[in-house]
Design a protein around this ligand. Sequence first.
Ligand SMILES: [Zn+2]
Ligand SMILES: [Zn+2]
Length: 596
Amino acid sequence: MVIPARSTAHERNAAYLLEQRLEKIYGIQVDVVADNIKTAGNILSVGATVYADYDFTAKKTGSYAVTAFDGGVSIIGNGNRGLIDGVFRFLSEFCDYEVYTKDVIRYTEEKSLCVPKNTKIESTPFFEYRKVDTVSTGDAEYALANSLNSQIWFSNEEGGVIKYLSLFGHSLTNQFCKRDTYFASHPEYFALRDGKRVDKQLCLTNPDVLKIVTEEVLDLLKKSHDPTADLQIVSLTQDDNEEYCTCDNCRALDEKNGSHAGTMLTFVNAVADAVKVADPAYKNVAIDTFAYQYTRTCPTNVVPRDNVIIRLCSIECCFGHTIDDENCKENVLFLQDLNKWSKICDRVYIWDYINNYSETFLPFADFQVLQRNMQLFYENGAKGVYEEGNYYMDICNGEFYELRSYLLCKLMQNPYREDYEELMLDYLTQVYGPGGTYLKEFIDLVSSRSVTKTKHLHIRQQPADCLPGITATEIRKADKLWENAKNAAKTTQQLNEIKRSELCWQYWKCCRMKGEYSPLRGLYSYMKSHKELYDKIVALGNTAVGEGAIKYLRGNSFSIYFLPPTKWESKYDGKLWHKLDPFADWLYERLEELHG
Ligand SMILES: [Zn+2]
Ligand SMILES: [Zn+2]
């Protein structure tokens, strides 16, 4: 392996990453030498060596190329991440190195490494900012191999990170011009609602508020800005409620703009201007704000400064139809908003959702829209994508969250790849074993039943609305697919993965009283099947069924034996029916005796 004689820390680190993985794959130590030393044999060139005789600096940040030449192959890249992405692309293409989850990594069993003579891979990022939530995305190897660049912290030499220096969201009132600091002494800094000041949002047309927030932002930058990072972000975003200010000034500015984004953006622009002139080193700093709920509509009389990011959130959308599906009103409106924002802003980031936050164990059948939506984000000008998923997966893990995350990482790198279905099948067979083919059939089945012309998929979907129109035959078919998958498992790990994902199907059936959860099969069978599902969920380490503190699993006997899983959570604590727990236990014991 060859690196430049006057190598940078980036190049040395990229070579080190490659060397380590080649050793793991082939069990050999590759020597790393400077390019001014004569070497025998094939050359693996990393960085801007004499073998990479083309200028790469003018390319878009994060670009890379892997190119064969007579006697070797060169990997080159720019920005903090480009060269490392090139190294992992090389490993994936020629050593079959794939990081599916933090625990499942595959690589070739061949003992030789062969790069075709005509190899010429060039890549420029479709999105500058890429982030997805699951457990695995927080793993360093996963984040590097799958090109996530805002997930976990890496030093610039190690690949860098697009970092939010402030809170990731909802910073106004919580971090800047904090309600705890100012509301008691200066209620006029806060939102006027029904003639009264409330501490829910700021009054953004109050000049003192602008002064305070500007000073706080400049102070934050002074303390934590890194001029060598590719991009650093300070978020100025509303708190998570819709209590915007209705004072005369705010109202007038909003009316002039046809949107509450009018006051928000005017305010954010003013801070962005102050940041720009404060220090030339802040040229890698962007100020971010939400187009979310009441600020989602694009304003008509103000445009974002060139150092402002608009984060457009799809929270109202349907996730079973694509965002260009004319049958889906919310989605059509969202795409229109994206379009309008992109026309006035060169840095629109998407905040998208890939999870059911209320009933997280239900199937979230969105696999049929992920690729088209990613293409539409790109085609309509988005420069970054955050896929907010099941971030509480360590306490609530069923369904196919890791699969979804893996696919999204691949799509963020290239929304137009032609092997989406094969990619899914490959993941399923690697992680779940040979039975992965049956799981692919299951996913295809539920994807085809995700939505109808009139029924949609939202992030708080209830069981009654989940999989509309699925037939009894399809339910029996799905049961068979899970059985086949389990029978085909080769290892305990694969079997456990299948059982974990199967919870989504069992949870859905239990909520809908289908199959083994049907009361028509008799009282004992009904109680037993419910209890078994509850025990399975708990045995797999789960303590919650959805997002937030009220969604913890609770083991009250009466609810477990008689009520649907949606009632197994802590928000129902103290209900009258819990008084019947001893009776439920007694009854179940008698039935067990009776049925032997
Ligand atoms: Zn106001
Ligand atoms: Zn829809």
